[in-house]
Design a protein. Structure first.
Lengths: 112, 111
């Protein structure tokens, strides 16, 4: 498809487990963003890539969260030692540059 | 860092009425102000945006106004339709920095 693809769409895990969430951006988009959205809230910025490098990771809540984009396309958000408070929808967006973000449908993470 | 406040949190209107959602931002250096619409189970989708060098922008039934002095911007939807029902988010950013979003407004349009 032509849009941003996120997998899995739903993930249920147990407290303390490790989780990976994947994002396939729109082809050719150099910028990629991760946001977290809790119920009834707006998207909360986590990290932003320009190409392969993290241009801004100031939104990552702690060192359990890490993201990579090794070839400047697909990105993986990694969460170690998950906690119940990590439960949320994790949104990925891509952009050709400054301006409109194109969002995926998100990965819903539930930590039991 | 930037902080974006949005109100109201919920808004109910009759079909055909107008709806107005307002946002304020804290960083006077912010220069890009988009509005996103999010339907249930979907990611947010851009509906209109404005940059700091203009005061108003229109696209059919949707308009956005920006007051840089007061650091606030508003979304105006005229002739609302049931399909306008969704959650609307304002956001702000400067340069290449990431967008900072408001908490959202749930708009309900009843026929």
């Amino acid at each position: 498809g032509a849009g941003v693809s996120q997998t899995p769409s739903n993930k249920v895990t147990e407290k303390g487990k490790y989780v990976e969430l994947r994002c396939d951006p729109i082809s050719g988009h150099t910028a990629l963003y991760w946001y977290r959205q809790s119920l009834g809230q707006g998207p909360e910025f986590l990290i932003y890539f320009q190409g392969t490098g993290a241009a801004d990771d100031s939104g990552l809540p702690n060192d359990r969260f890490f993201a990579v984009r090794p070839e400047g396309s697909v990105s993986t958000l990694k969460i170690q030692r998950t906690e119940r408070g990590d439960s949320a929808v994790y949104l990925c967006a891509s952009s050709p540059g400054i301006g409109e973000l194109f969002f995926g449908e998100g990965s819903r993470l539930t930590v039991l | 860092g930037e902080n974006v406040e949005q109100h109201p949190s919920t808004l109910s209107v009759q079909e055909g009425d107008s709806a107005v959602i307002k946002c304020t931002y804290s960083d006077s250096a912010s220069n890009y102000f988009p509005w996103y619409k999010q339907e249930l189970g979907k990611g947010p989708q851009l509906i209109i945006d404005i940059r700091s060098n203009v005061g108003e922008k229109k696209d059919q039934r949707i308009a956005v106004t920006l007051n840089k002095t007061a650091k606030h911007f508003s979304l105006h939807i005229t002739e609302t339709q049931p399909e306008d029902s969704a959650v609307y988010f304002c956001a702000a950013s400067k340069g290449e920095a990431a967008l900072i979003f408001g908490k959202g407004t749930t708009l309900s349009v009843s026929s």
